[in-house]
Design a protein around this ligand. Sequence first.
Ligand code: SAM
Length: 289
Amino acid sequence: MNLTSPSQVKSWCIENGFHPNRTLGQNFLIDRNVLDAIIAAAGVCKGQRVLEIGPGLGVLTEALLEVGASVVAVEKDSRLASRLAEALGNPEKLTMIQADALELDLDELLRDPESDEAGFDACISNLPYSVGTRILLDYARHALAPNRFIVLVQAEVADRFVAGPDDEARGQAGVWLQLDYQVKRIREVKASCFWPRPEIASTVVRLDRTPSSLTVEEHRWFERLTREAFMHRRKQLGAIFRKAPPPIIHSDEVLAVLFAKAGVQAHARPEKLSNDEWQNLARAFCKGI
Ligand code: SAM
């Protein structure tokens, strides 16, 4: 079957009594140009190991195998997982895992058992809408994450991933991803490039790992402070941390010293801070006065 032929994809579904499941975000990519752009942006070469979340009918999987990558694909829908194993059956190059990507043991999945290091060169995925952000945050923030992610997400989700300080879309997800990755919008993808057609457009986003220099303990502070701050994004940081649960809470005097050490204004709002400023704040709180 030609997976970028809408009529062939629809016929396969009708012939096999398969009804795409909205809850699982089953909007299949049916556009050759977008497929080519994703593969080009991924820069995957022969012999590289790629993780794919939600292969669906296998449009990306097939293209990745064609360029000579070996692919581990995690698909929640058992019918799609078995169809793919049958259609692309190549035990040396394709490993199908029928599972919920959010329930897998990532230490095991992402580790190369031979070297004990990261097992994948890249993760490429047209992420399911409802759980896409959760999947990306879980996988990209893992210590054994691949160095490169190419993901297709809803346009507004992509806006959050790439948003810089002062941007309306700036939030916890973007700040967390930008801590360890350079996050770049690659191209917009119209809703008509999927079947069934979703209500909104999507965007291809590329993430390249540039690990921060935070220590493990500073990293905990980074997550603690940003999580608390973005729960109250309209408030000023000083006011947020003054009322935050321990160990964030401090007297006004101590907070003033910590903000000064970090070079951050206590009256700034969470979305105004750059990632460097968040890191400075994490270091200052971690060290204390
Ligand atoms: N890669 C295919 C494509 O581009 O046409 C399908 C992408 S579709 C947007 C999302 C896929 O993720 C579906 O095949 C769906 O069954 C699968 N999926 C949804 N939730 C999942 C989860 N929690 N874990 C693994 N796969 C999931």
